[in-house]
Ligand binder design. Structure first.
Ligand code: C2E
Ligand code: CA
Ligand code: CA
Length: 738
């Protein structure tokens, strides 16, 4: 049972760790996805910005070029400019040499003279160049002078007031290409300058220009899916409407980020194409770091939580041990018994029993062999019981030498008990055999019973019935005991009210001195008068001793007795010594003596006028011995009641300030008059004389017993032979007669 609970907890912890790890991994994955999205957004943002910047640069350059051409044309239109040489001069002074390749003059017939001394035929392009008065910039074309890729700025003008010519300002396409950002993803991004129709005017790759970008994209688009087509179409539409934008373009092997930016000045577009793998590379290094950090965090969480769980487990185990494990035997303690018992009962097990077991005279075993051996004995008993009843049984030590067991009987309860008895009658510790007497009380648990303490009580009642009984070692709780239990319950319900209602009465049983045949004393005995019936003390005193009510009752009886003595002292010449019973429970109460002395004094009596009867079984404890000495200090007369049943040692008796020894009535019953055998009464009287103590025999019923006791030298007699216990009125009559 204990194991199960631990496994449950362990399982729970493992699940918790697993959940923590799964959740953190998911968080990390979400975070990575978030990073990816963010990177993609950032990439677009960056590309857009670069495209804008580059487009701006190109526009600025084109504007500057146009301005230069404008200036040249303006000056060239003046009157004194007559020769081509003049125009070339103007070019040289107004245009930076590095910026342009050359300037040229195109005549209507197509003949073109260049500033670097060539004559070229442009008759095919005459229509294009002459079509407008505005400055135009041509598509990229091959130079007829040196086959470089060039773009031509052109402007019509009226020369010398006669002929229309076109001034051509030639710039190498490379000029534009040099304006593309070189830093772009370590040069892995490609930039294009295209016309609105998609014709490539310039590119950052040193490739030949003039191809159509849309054709190129479509070429790559085979097998790349519908989404791709949609994206390209979108770009196409946007470009045709002069709208800048961005798309992701997928080929089989790669993704491309494409950003396109409109150049208003020339109706061109600037395109930046960046492979996703390049972006991913940058991202991956970020992800690697993130991943590494996350894994480190997860591992730390794992280690910390494992540490906490293990630590907790150890702490809980320690606490558990403190709370539930009996130190001496290593089995469960009473807490464990109650808690596990409760759980056991919840399962409604069919053939279940509760068993209470203890060792008779365990105290003497301890005295004889020492506490360590005593503990070893308890440990061994725990082991034996666990072995016989199995691991599923709840085997515990309830207190001292009392064991409580709850178990399911799978065979026959009588066999199991026999087995226990057999194994516990002789117990071996360190190769030495010890003879034990055990008492077992058993209760068969009924279906539906849930209260462990109640069923423990029932087993205890059965146990009480065999305790100290040598012919019977065990008893199973039965109907008769059940009735006793009910009666006890009823008594407990009524005892407090009964005390208030004065239902408890004192009766007195005379004590006669044998030699003088005079009334010398009486024992006060309580009687419970309820509904005109008298309940015997045997029916309630043991219960009151269990529930401590005896303390209240004894004090009450003691007061009543003192009041009676006070009254009698006025009425009678002499009052016999009245004895009152004191329970062990009461003796142990802290202020018991002062309380009794107070009551005595309040009634104007002396403590030496009252005798206290202390039962022998109470005197075997060291603590009681010192209490008896204190009582004697207060001068009470003391007698030891039920002598012979309590196994007090002679040496203890020697130390005790006792006046009278009261021989228990069972020994009077046992006297065998026919065979005149030696008996215990003889020994007790003999011993008492040695110790200079008086003896009284109680329960004396016959003349024969009187004569015998007289012959032994017994001092006093109490018993039915002289009188039964009498109520106050009858006892007063008795005093008058004697
Ligand atoms: P006990 O102190 O041993 O009292 C003697 C018992 O023996 C009394 O029983 C008495 O009635 C009975 N007895 C006396 N002579 C004879 C006889 O010749 N034959 C037989 N068979 N019995 C005789 P009782 O009054 O029933 O009391 C039973 C026990 O209850 C007492 O045993 C005592 O232990 C306890 N008890 C009675 N009154 C009080 C009390 O006020 N306080 C305490 N603590 N215990 C009391
Ligand atoms: Ca007594
Ligand atoms: Ca007695």
């Amino acid at each position: 049972m204990r194991e199960n609970r631990r496994i449950d907890k362990y399982f729970f912890s493992v699940i918790m760790i697993a959940i923590i790890i799964i959740v953190s991994t998911m968080l990390v994955l979400f975070y990575l996805k978030y990073l990816r999205d963010l990177t993609s957004k950032n990439t677009f943002k960056n590309l857009g910005e670069v495209a804008k910047q580059d487009a701006q640069n190109i526009e600025d350059t084109i504007e500057e070029h146009k301005r230069i051409l404008e200036t040249i044309v303006n000056i060239a239109s003046e009157e004194n400019v007559n020769t081509e040489e003049n125009i070339f001069k103007i070019y040289e002074t107004n245009a930076g040499k590095e910026e342009f390749s050359r300037i040229a003059i195109l005549y209507k017939n197509g003949k073109t003279d260049t500033s670097d001394g060539s004559i070229v035929d442009l008759s095919e392009d005459v229509n294009y160049f002459f079509q407008t008065d505005d400055i135009q910039i041509s598509k990229t074309r091959k130079s007829k002078v040196d086959t470089e890729e060039i773009n031509i700025y052109s402007k019509k003008m009226l020369w010398n007031g006669q002929d229309e010519v076109v001034i051509l300002l030639v710039v190498e396409t490379e000029k534009f290409e040099s304006l593309f950002s070189q830093s772009l993803y370590n040069g892995n991004g490609i930039e294009y300058l295209i016309t609105k129709q998609g014709e490539i005017t310039a590119n950052s790759r040193n490739e030949e220009n003039g191809k159509n970008i849309f054709d190129e994209l479509k070429k790559d688009n085979i097998n790349a899916g519908k989404e791709n087509e949609r994206n390209i179409e979108k770009m196409y539409q946007n470009i045709s409407q002069d709208i800048s934008g961005q798309i992701i373009y997928k080929t089989k092997g790669n993704n491309y980020y494409i950003s396109y930016q409109y150049l208003e000045l020339e109706d061109w577009f600037l395109l930046i194409v960046t492979p996703g793998s390049i972006v991913a590379e940058e991202l991956n290094s970020v992800l690697e770091v993130t991943f590494f950090i996350s894994i480190t965090i997860i591992i730390i969480i794992f280690i910390v939580s494992t540490y906490i769980i293990i630590n907790n487990k150890n702490k809980k185990e320690k606490l558990y041990k403190l709370a539930y494990v009996d130190e001496v035997t290593g089995i469960g303690n009473k807490n464990y018994f109650l808690e596990m018992g409760k759980k056991f009962l919840e399962n409604n097990i069919e053939n279940a029993f509760l068993l209470v077991l203890d060792i008779d005279k365990f105290k003497s075993f301890n005295q004889k062999y020492g506490h360590r051996k005593g503990n070893e004995l308890l440990y061994t008993i725990g082991e034996i019981l666990t072995k016989i009843l199995g691991n599923e049984a709840i085997v515990t030590r309830l207190a001292n030498d009392a064991f409580g067991i709850i178990f399911e009987e799978r065979d026959d309860i009588n066999k199991t008990i026999e087995n226990i008895e057999k194994n516990l009658t002789r117990v071996k510790i360190d190769d030495k055999q010890y003879q034990l007497y055990i008492s077992i009380g058993i209760y068969k648990i009924k279906n539906g019973e849930k209260n462990v303490e109640k069923i423990l009580d029932k087993a205890l009642i059965a146990h009480d019935k065999v305790k100290g009984n040598y012919d019977k070692q065990y008893m199973i709780f039965n109907d008769e005991l059940e009735q006793i239990l009910e009666k006890e319950h009823e008594i407990e319900l009524n005892m407090e009210i009964a005390l208030e209602n004065q239902e408890f009465e004192v009766h007195y049983q005379p004590k006669i001195e044998l030699v003088s045949q005079k009334l010398v004393g009486a024992e006060a005995l309580v009687r419970w008068k309820r509904d005109n019936k008298i309940i015997s003390p045997n029916d309630f005193i043991p219960l009151f001793e269990k529930n401590q009510f005896i303390i209240k009752l004894d004090t009450y009886i003691f007061s009543k007795v003192c009041e009676d003595i006070k009254e009698w002292k006025k009425k009678f010449e002499t009052v016999p010594l009245i004895s009152v019973n004191v329970s062990k429970e009461h003796l142990l109460k802290e202020d018991f003596i002062t309380e009794y002395v107070d009551i005595v004094e309040k009634n104007g009596l002396k403590t030496s006028e009252i005798e206290l009867e202390i039962t022998e079984t109470a005197t075997t404890e060291e603590s009681v011995l010192s209490i008896i000495k204190e009582i004697k200090k207060e001068r009470f007369v003391i007698s030891i009641d039920d002598f012979g049943t309590g196994y007090s040692s002679l040496s203890m008796l020697h130390d005790m300030p006792i006046d009278t020894i009261k021989i228990d009535k069972t020994f009077i019953r046992q006297i065998d008059f026919k065979n005149n055998k030696k008996n215990i009464v003889q020994y007790i009287i003999f011993m008492a004389k040695q110790l200079e103590m008086k003896t009284i025999a109680e329960g004396v019923e016959t003349k024969e017993e009187i004569e015998y006791l007289e012959s032994l030298g017994c001092d006093f007699i109490q018993g039915y032979y002289y009188s039964k216990p009498l109520n106050k009125k009858n006892f007063e009559d008795f005093m008058n007669k004697y």
